[in-house]
Design a protein around this ligand. Structure first.
Ligand code: C2O
Length: 361
């Protein structure tokens, strides 16, 4: 059977897994959503005509950047217990990743749900961002509002985008204090970051990064399972980080950037360096927007074998979110495969020449 998220209001518990230094954690483990609505509704596809075009964070227009900051400010200004508040949006990740929910609806009340390290990774995060984007748009009354993506696969996007680092906490709603001080702009990201600093020139780092993208999308991601990650169904214990069934992008560029951005001087490498705290950094959503974009690029490569899972246990796995109308809705993997139906897409400078396309390691 597929993984089925239970009622997120009545069956949520304190996040009790995956946080190594609980005593010194800078964020709370109380990650359950507020109770404003009890019935879970079925998801309805958006019927608007406009398509939201997600834009590269290093290259947004003044208007895109201004709207994004305005929406993020509005989100941060909501009361903490509002389901659209920035804090609540951050807690969603914590609840789904650190043991907030169990598989009680499938008959396994003692087994936690973990949406990482398996084939749930891509679809879960696609849905998470889908609602996050629509909530932000609603806060500024803009049905065309679209998220930026951190274009780390492009040499011109390989630093933390300036819009996230300008100013400070008070001035910039995209700023986060818990980032590794060594990795702020103009430092070039290391898409293969483990623990150590790679002491190299920018030119070499950029070349390595392009090879790493090629590795994750082509060499290591040649078929459905290696790209999406392994099967994870009702009754399975949460898959451990480092397991062989983690998908190529998730285990590769994705996790490297989490580690690289998180402040290594904090007890749990908050914010980006730990799942329970990642959502507190606005950069998280731009990073995941690009991770989601990797799924679309992988498909667009048109290589044989680049297809989504067809197993019913993948198609019918489901999650529950508060939508932009503050309704609780249940969404299924099968309904997020085609982003045209979700009314968003990615701005691509030049689809035929991805900068990493010739970077076979
Ligand atoms: Cu849900 Cu990048 O982690």
């Amino acid at each position: 059977d597929p993984i089925t998220t239970p009622d997120i209001i009545s069956s949520c518990k304190e996040a009790d897994s995956g946080i190594k230094d609980v005593e010194n954690a800078v964020r709370t483990r109380k990650c359950c959503p507020p109770n404003i609505s009890k019935t879970i509704k079925p998801f309805v596809f958006p019927n608007e005509k406009t398509v939201r075009v997600r834009w590269p964070a290093h290259n947004g227009s003044n208007d895109q950047v201004a709207k994004y900051k305005q929406a993020m400010r509005a989100m941060r200004d909501l009361p903490d217990d509002h389901p659209h508040s920035f804090i609540q949006q951050a807690k969603i990740h914590c609840a789904y990743c650190n043991g907030g929910y169990t598989q009680v609806d499938s008959g396994f009340p003692d087994i936690d749900i973990q949406i990482h390290n398996s084939w749930l990774f891509f679809p879960y995060h696609r849905w998470y961002l889908y609602f996050y984007e629509r909530i932000l748009g609603k806060l500024i009354n803009d049905p065309t509002f679209a998220l930026p993506f951190w274009n780390w696969d492009n040499p011109s996007g390989m630093t933390i985008p300036a819009i996230f680092q300008d100013g400070n906490d008070e001035l910039n709603p995209l700023f986060d204090i818990y980032r590794d001080a060594r990795h702020l702009p103009p430092q070039i990201v290391d898409l293969d970051y483990g623990a150590g600093e790679r002491d190299t020139t920018n030119e070499i780092q950029i070349a390595c990064n392009l090879s790493t993208v090629y590795r994750d999308l082509v060499r290591n991601g040649g078929d459905t399972k290696s790209f999406f990650g392994g099967e994870y169904v009702a009754g399975d214990a949460p898959v451990a980080n480092g397991a062989t069934s983690v998908g190529s992008v998730e285990a590769g560029c994705h996790i490297a950037i989490h580690r690289w951005v998180g402040d290594s001087t904090q007890a749990n490498s908050e914010d980006m360096g730990n799942l329970y705290s990642s959502g507190y950094d606005p950069l998280f959503y731009a990073h995941h927007s690009n991770v989601d974009r990797m799924w679309t690029l992988w498909k667009d490569l048109g290589i044989q074998g680049h297809t989504e899972p067809t197993d019913p246990d993948w198609l019918n796995a489901s999650y529950v979110f508060y939508d932009e109308n503050e309704d609780l809705v249940r969404v299924y993997n099968k309904d997020c495969i085609n982003i045209n139906k979700l009314k968003y897409k990615y701005y691509e400078e030049s689809k035929s020449v991805f900068p990493w396309r010739k970077s076979r390691p």
